[in-house]
Ligand binder design. Structure first.
Ligand code: ADP
Ligand code: ASP
Ligand code: MG
Length: 420
C-alpha cells in the first residue's frame, strides 16, 4: 500500500463533469490499494472572478479580507469533490487548510508555510477515508486565514506530501507534463521526461507557470520527488527530482517567457557613490522586486540606470520614484510596459560554452532587439519587446534543437563541451 498525494488544478476541476472524473480517478487510486490525499484548486476562473469582485468594492482591498475571500474558491471545490466521491460510493472528507494542520506566517496573500501537523489527515487515512485538502490556504499562528500567492495549491500539495512522507506526489494539470516551452507559445515543444529541481525552479520563476516556483523550492528543500501529469489521460508525465549524472548532457532543458515585465529608466543620475543605493533602498522599502539592472557608461559625470520590475508594480513605482528623482537631482524617469523576458534554462550550460553567443545570434538574425541581459550558471535571460517575445521563443527553441531532441533522454549537442 502506498501513500499518494494528488493535486488537481483549476482546469481539472473546472466543471461538475470534470470534478466527477477527478473523483473517479481518486477512487480508482484508492481501490488499487492506496491511501489518497487529494489537494484541489479553485475551479478555473473562480480566483480571478473573486479578485475582480473585490476591486469593484475597493480599489485597494485589505489583504486580510482578500485572503478570507480567495480561500472560498478552494473551499467550494473540496466540498464538491468530496460529495462527488461519496456519490460514487467512496468515502471522502474535505478539510480546509487550517483543518489539515497547515500553519503559516502572517503575510496575507503571500504566506509561507511554517509547519504542517497532519494528525487529522493521518487519522482519516487510517480509517480508510479519502482526504480532500483545500489548496492555496493555511492559518497563521494568530488564527487568521492566509493564502500562498497565485498557483499556491502546488505548494499545498508539496507541503502535505513532505509532511505525511508520501510515497508519491502527482500534480495533475491540463498539460501532459513540463514541456521544453509553454506549448501554447511553441507548438513543437516536447514533453520532458525528467528535470532537476534547479531547472524547474528557474523555468517556473522565469515565467513557465506550470508549477508555482515557491512550491519547487519547497520540494527541493525537503526532497519531495513529484510528477507533473495530465488529468485528462494516463500518459506518464514529467518527474522533477534532484540532479542525476546524465542530466548535464542536455545543454538547454527549456525556454521560458515572462510577459509581465516593465522597464524603468532613471536618466542623468549623478555618477557618484551612494546614488544607486538611495534609489534601490527606496524601491526595496515599498516591497517591489527589482529583477535586472543596467547602468550605462558615464558621460559628463552622469549616467542612466535602467531596471525591470513586475508590470503590476508600475503604479506603485511611479508614485514613489518622483520625490527620489528630485532629491538625487536626476533628470527624470521613464516607466515602460510592453516588454517581456525570454530565457533559456539548463544545467548543461555549466559545462558548455557558447550558449549566450548562440542565443544572441539567433535573435539578431531575426531582428529581435535585446534591451537587457542577465545570466546565471544555468540560465540566460534577455529583455525584448513584448510583441516579439513569442517569435523569439520559437526561434530560440528551434535554434537550440529543442523541437527535435527536447527529451532529457536524448542529448542536445549543438555545442561542444567547454574546455576547462
Ligand atoms: P493548474 O490550474 O493545473 O495549476 P496552470 O494553468 O497553473 O494549471 O499550469 C498549466 C499551464 O502552464 C499549461 O496550460 C501551460 O499553458 C502553462 N505552461 C507554461 N509553461 C509551460 C511548460 N514549460 N510546460 C507545460 N506547461 C506550461
Ligand atoms: N486558486 C489559486 C489561483 O488561481 C491557487 C491555485 O490554483 O493554485 O492562483
Ligand atoms: Mg497552477
Amino acid at each position: 500500500m502506498s501513500l499518494i498525494v494528488q493535486k488537481y488544478g483549476g482546469t481539472s476541476v473546472g466543471s461538475p463533469d470534470r470534478i466527477l472524473s477527478v473523483a473517479r480517478r481518486i477512487l480508482e487510486t484508492q481501490r488499487a490499494g492506496n491511501q489518497v490525499v487529494a489537494v484541489v484548486s479553485a475551479m478555473s476562473g473562480v480566483t480571478d472572478s473573486l479578485i475582480k469582485l473585490a476591486r469593484q468594492v475597493a480599489s485597494h482591498p485589505t489583504e486580510r479580507e482578500m485572503d478570507v475571500l480567495l480561500s472560498t474558491g478552494e473551499q467550494t471545490t473540496i466540498a464538491l469533490t468530496a460529495m462527488a466521491i461519496n456519490s460514487l460510493g467512496g468515502h471522502a472528507v474535505s478539510l480546509s487548510g487550517a483543518q489539515a494542520g497547515i500553519v503559516t506566517d502572517g503575510f496575507h496573500t503571500k504566506a509561507k508555510i511554517a509547519n504542517i501537523t497532519p494528525k487529522r489527515i493521518h487519522s482519516l487515512l487510517d480509517s480508510g477515508i479519502i482526504v480532500i485538502v483545500a489548496g492555496f490556504q493555511g492559518e497563521s499562528l494568530e488564527g487568521q486565514i492566509t493564502t500562498f500567492g497565485r498557483g499556491g495549491s502546488d505548494l499545498t500539495a508539496i507541503g502535505v506530501a513532505a509532511a505525511i512522507k508520501a510515497d508519491l506526489c502527482q500534480i495533475y494539470t491540463d498539460v501532459d507534463g513540463v514541456y521544453t516551452c509553454d506549448p501554447r507559445i511553441v507548438k513543437s515543444a516536447r514533453k520532458i521526461s525528467e528535470i532537476s529541481y534547479d531547472e524547474m525552479l528557474e523555468m517556473a520563476s522565469l515565467g513557465s507557470k506550470v508549477m508555482q516556483s515557491r512550491s519547487v523550492e519547497f520540494a527541493k528543500k525537503f526532497g519531495v520527488i513529484f510528477e507533473v501529469r495530465s488529468s485528462f489521460n494516463n500518459q506518464p508525465g514529467t518527474v522533477v527530482k534532484h540532479e542525476t549524472a546524465g542530466m548535464e548532457k542536455v545543454v538547454i532543458r527549456g525556454v521560458s517567457v515572462d510577459r509581465k515585465q516593465a522597464k524603468v529608466t532613471v536618466s542623468q543620475v549623478l555618477d557618484k557613490p551612494g546614488i544607486a543605493s538611495r534609489i534601490f533602498n527606496e524601491i526595496a522599502a515599498i516591497n517591489v522586486n527589482v529583477d535586472m539592472i543596467v547602468q550605462n557608461v558615464s558621460a559628463a559625470g552622469t549616467t542612466d540606470i535602467s531596471f525591470t520590475i513586475p508590470a503590476d508594480e508600475l503604479p506603485k513605482i511611479e508614485k514613489h520614484l518622483d520625490p527620489i528623482v528630485a532629491e538625487i537631482g536626476a533628470q527624470g524617469f521613464k516607466a515602460q510596459a510592453g516588454i517581456a523576458k525570454l530565457s533559456v534554462v539548463g544545467i548543461g550550460m555549466r559545462s558548455h560554452s557558447g550558449v549566450a553567443a548562440r542565443m544572441f545570434e539567433l535573435l539578431g538574425k531575426a531582428e529581435i532587439n535585446i534591451q537587457m541581459i542577465t545570466t546565471s550558471e544555468i540560465k540566460i535571460s534577455v529583455i525584448v519587446d513584448e510583441d516579439r517575445v513569442d517569435d523569439g521563443a520559437r526561434i530560440v527553441h528551434a535554434g537550440f534543437g529543442l523541437d527535435k531532441v527536447g527529451d532529457s533522454e536524448s542529448e542536445n549537442t549543438f555545442l561542444e563541451p567547454a574546455v576547462s
